[in-house]
Design a protein around this ligand. Structure first.
Ligand code: C2E
Ligand code: CA
Ligand code: CA
Length: 428
């Protein structure tokens, strides 16, 4: 490894197991007069995913490198833990003021974005960091983690690569516990909406299916982003009823579409955590039965990261497949799975993430990556769906690369059920 000069012999180990980091944060918050604490969520985004996908570089080697960088950069009192292969949480206690968290983030980003090599491979990370400051944001460790997580998602689209959670962001999430109460109410009173984004078959140019996307405007708020909505549901025990409600609404509309002569497939996003619910296959079967939708018309979309190295999730996927429904791997390319893992998944569809699709007309590397993903998916008898197609040029390129299905603003945003039928009739 080069590009960084670790003094590993003397470096302090700052890494803690996952649960101990939260305890550590509790403890530091409880200490009187500790000064400021910064909670950082660091997302390591691998630029050259192809090498991990093909198994040329192991994710462990990359983690070994980043852990060593952090051990060298951090102060004695700082601690961190790896939440997942791509996400690190850091707690920096005893800071003189809140600006120090920001300085630490700048230091970490500038160090981790230096290219390094593993074996003969050059590795490039595009790290970004979300920051939540104590005591500004209160004394609740869980909330500080959540705020840092939200900030990291904002940082993902921010030029400087980091974002400090602030009052403006607060407006979007409102008061966390209040939102959970509102969400509970909204699920019970059917106040959430589900909209449908068309998916177009590249060969025929016809709309063959739709993706169900949830929409919610909480009382007195702007529309809550679906990502935050699912997060709130997860941490307040509402994930199961939320998913059930979305699945049922989507299947009810699939039946209504069919009655209106719009016979299409329906894709529904399944939060990874739902895979741990032993009753999931029964729930899905019941919903299909209630609305009389053939199993073959339903696809469940699951993010790639959630299925990696998890044998019980894989077993659940097989049980779902036995119902006759299809499975799609969502956001493919953003996690760290090697393409070799792909053949273990009983999936029929691979969704290529928007971050690659967006740049194919500018970046040869991304074009190459998309081509490899498509070829590989075809080798495993999977179809490929490209998301985020916004212009004709991108569409033409995807067609050249052999992509099967596309979805994006070029065709339509997600539409209400009635608008969807109108849109479909005009197009098909
Ligand atoms: P996703 O599953 O990757 O969904 C695609 C997202 O890309 C949607 O954002 C969609 O509106 C957006 N999109 C589609 N075409 C384009 C395009 O051409 N350009 C751009 N810039 N964006 C495009 P949305 O609806 O905000 O959803 C964001 C994420 O929230 C989804 O990502 C999914 O992970 C989650 N989500 C949305 N609805 C649901 C749901 O019903 N259940 C669950 N579990 N998660 C959901
Ligand atoms: Ca999706
Ligand atoms: Ca996606």
């Amino acid at each position: 490894m080069t590009g960084h000069s670790p003094h590993s012999a003397t470096a302090v180990r700052h890494q803690l197991p996952h649960d101990q980091l939260v305890d550590f944060l509790h403890h530091e918050i409880g200490k009187a007069g500790t000064g400021a604490i910064a909670v950082l969520i660091l997302e390591l985004r691998l630029a050259n995913r192809m090498d991990v996908l093909t198994g040329s570089i192991s994710m462990q080697a990359i983690k070994g490198y980043t852990d060593q960088c952090l051990d060298n950069l951090l102060r004695v009192a700082d601690r961190y833990t790896n939440f997942s292969g791509e996400q690190v949480c850091l707690v920096l206690p005893g800071l003189a003021n809140k600006d120090q968290g920001e300085l630490a983030a700048i230091k970490i980003i500038s160090e981790l974005q230096k290219p390094f090599t593993i074996g003969e491979y050059r590795v490039i990370l595009r790290p970004h960091i979300g920051i939540a400051n104590f005591p500004e944001l209160g004394h609740d460790a869980g909330k500080l983690l959540m705020y840092a997580d939200i900030a990291s998602r904002i940082a993902a689209t921010d030029e400087q690569g980091y974002h400090v959670y602030g009052l403006d962001d607060h407006v979007e999430t409102g008061s966390y516990s209040d939102l959970a109460i509102e969400l509970d109410k909204a699920i019970k009173t059917n106040d959430l909406r589900v909209n449908y984004q068309p998916q177009i078959d590249v060969k025929t140019g016809r709309c063959v299916s739709a993706e169900a996307l949830v929409r919610w405007t909480a009382p007195g708020q702007r529309e809550i982003s679906p990502g935050i909505l699912v997060n709130i549901a997860e941490s307040s025990g509402l994930l199961n009823p939320l998913t059930l409600m979305i699945l049922n609404t989507a299947l009810r509309h699939t039946a209504a579409f069919s009655a209106a002569g719009v016979d299409i497939g329906m894709s529904v996003n399944l939060p990874p955590r739902m895979l741990a619910d032993e009753e999931l296959p029964q729930i899905v079967q019941q919903s299909l039965d209630i609305w009389g939708v053939p199993a073959g018309n339903l696809t469940l979309e699951i993010t790639e990261g959630s299925i990696i190295n998890n044998s019980s999730s894989l077993a659940m996927l097989s049980r779902l497949r036995e119902l006759g429904i299809s499975l799609a791997i969502d956001d493919f390319g953003t996690g760290y799975s090697s393409l070799a893992y792909l053949k273990q998944f009983p999936a029929q569809e691979l969704k290529i993430d928007i971050i690659f699709v967006r740049n194919i007309h500018k970046s040869r590397g991304d074009r190459q990556l998309v081509r490899s993903i498509i070829d590989l998916a075809h080798n495993f008898d999977m179809i490929t769906v490209a998301e985020g197609v916004e212009d004709q040029k991108t569409y033409d390129l995807l067609q050249d690369l052999g992509c099967d299905v596309v979805q994006g603003f070029l065709f339509s945003r997600a539409l209400t059920d009635t608008d969807f039928i109108d849109w479909y009739r005009q197009r098909n």
